[in-house]
Design a protein around this ligand. Sequence first.
Ligand code: PHE
Length: 377
Amino acid sequence: MKKISIYLVSMIFALGLSACKKTTPENVITIGEVGAMTGPTATFGISTHNGIMLAIEEINEAGGVKGKKLNLISLDDQGKPDEAAMVTTKLITQDKVVAILGEVASSVSLAMAPIAQQYKVPMITPSSTNPDVTKKGDHIFRVCFIDPFQGSVMAKFAHETLKAKSVAILRDIKNDYSMGLSNFFVDKFNSLGGKIAVEQSYSAGDIDFKSQLTSIRAKKPDAIYVPGYYTDVGLIARQARELGITVPLMGGDGWDSPKLKEIGGTAVNGSYFSNHYSAENQDPKVQEFLAKYKAKYGSTPDALAAMGYDAARVLAEAMERAPSLASNDLRDAIAATKDFSGVTGNITIDQDRNAVKAAVVLKVTDDGFKYQSTVNP
Ligand code: PHE
C-alpha cells in the first residue's frame, strides 16, 4: 500500500515536471514580483498581488504577450529590505525573470533597485513614491506620482481646506517614505505661510506614542501630519484621542488599508489622507475594474490593488511593443509608455522614469474612505 502511494506520488511529480518542461521557457514569459505578503505591511503586498494576478489572467485569456502566456513568480519579503534584496537576486539569477514588479514600501524598493539595475532587469514599482527609487538607474520605473507632489497636496489641503495655521509632524524615522514625505509637506506648508508647531518621530513597530503625542498636545496644533503606514497610524490615532487630542490627523498613501479602521477604530474618523485612486470614481473604466475585482476577491480594491493592476498592464503593453524582451529593448519600451489608460489615471513615463498623475484626498469615515477632491500635478 505504502509502495503504491509512493509510486503514485512520484508519477504525479514526474507528470508535473514534464508538464512544466512543456511550458517553460519557450511558451511562457516569466516575470517576478516582490512584495510583503506577511508582516506589518502585509495588506500592501496582498492587495498588490491580487491586482497583478487579475491583470495577468486577463492578459493571458486574451492570448498573452507576443503569443506567450505570462507566468508570475511571486516572492514574500516580509516587508524587509534585506529579504527583498535576497529574493530579487534569486528571481534574476535562478528564475531568469525578464522584469520585476515591486515593491510597495519605498525603503524596500530602494534595497531592490540597485540589484535590478546591476543585472539590467527592468523593475516597475507600482506604488513606491520616494523620489530616490527611480534614481537608482535607467532600468527602474514607477507608475505612480512621487512624494514632492504628494506632500504638497496635503500641505495645500491643510492650508486651504482645513484652514490650519499650525501643523505638528509625527514621522517614522527609519522609513525613507515617511521622512521624505514629511520634509516635502513641511517645505510646502511653510511656503504657504503655515507654521510647523513641532516635529516628533517614532520607529515602525513602536507601540507607545504617548510621549510624542504629549509634546504635540502642548503646542496646540490645528492638525497633525502622520505620514506613516497603517499599523502604526491606527495605534497613534487611538492614543491621540485617549490624550484628548481632537484635531484631524492627516497622512499619505501609506494609510490605505482596510486594517487602518480595524486598528484605529473610530479614532481615525475625520482624518484625511492623499491617495492614488478612489473607489468612488465613476469613470466606467474604474467601475469595470471594481466589478471584476469584487467578483474575484469579494472585496473592494484599495489603491495598492489598482496600482498593481496598472503596473502589470503597463509592463505587458511595453513587452508587446518591444522589438525583443532583451533587457535594453524592454527598458526602452517601458520608458516610451505614453498615455496608457490605467484605472489610476493616464500613465506617461517621464524622463526620470516616473509617472505624472493626479492625487485624490480621502476622508476616513465609518462608511469607508470618502472622496474629497482631486489634485492635478
Ligand atoms: N508610497 C508608499 C511608499 O513609497 C507605499 C504605499 C503606496 C503604501 C500606496 C500604500 C499605498 O512607501
